[in-house]
Design a protein around this ligand. Structure first.
Ligand SMILES: [Zn+2]
Length: 162
């Protein structure tokens, strides 16, 4: 994705109020982000661990979504798959995240949920830039996995935006 400034990120959120944006803890280390290896930037809020943020560029415009982590872990046998990047993790390292929809539907409390890597580092996992602890069923090369990640991300964002 193309590089974003802290201001662009702060102004990108489509599913929360101005007050909620003000209370967000900005991502740390923005200057060190390698944008070439990112379909999105994701981080958890250290001051409010249930809050998480996903920021990407769509149609050349910054698009940010606030997510709420639930306490639910994915049903399974000790391991779980992320819906966005299909990386396998121990079950407690994949979380069910819920996003309020954008616009009026969000204000009417409509939400969409998906399972995502708890640290929101999907772009790093598909490129093997962050180690995993479990054997992986996914064997496609990183470029192909990155393309699939982008498609799944777009599908999730479509659900938030419509
Ligand atoms: Zn993931």
């Amino acid at each position: 994705m193309r590089p974003l400034t802290a201001t662009e990120i702060a102004e990108s959120f489509v599913n929360c109020t101005r007050g909620e944006v003000k209370s967000m803890t900005p991502i740390r280390g923005l200057a060190d982000v390698d944008w070439e290896v990112r379909e999105f930037l994701g981080w958890r809020d250290p001051k409010a661990p249930a809050r998480a943020y996903l920021v990407t560029v769509r149609n050349d415009r910054p698009l940010g979504v606030e997510l709420r982590a639930t306490t639910e872990s994915r049903p399974g046998h000790g391991s779980a798959l992320c819906d966005i990047c299909h990386t396998a993790h121990p079950a407690d390292s994949v979380g069910l995240f819920v996003a309020r929809k954008a616009g009026q539907r969000g204000r009417d409390h409509h939400t969409v949920g998906t399972y995502i890597c708890a640290d929101l580092a999907c772009p790093l996992y598909v490129r093997k830039l962050r180690p995993v602890t479990l054997p992986q069923g996914e064997t496609a090369p990183p470029e192909e996995r990155a393309r699939r990640l982008q498609r799944r991300l777009d599908a999730f964002l479509d659900r938030v935006l419509t």
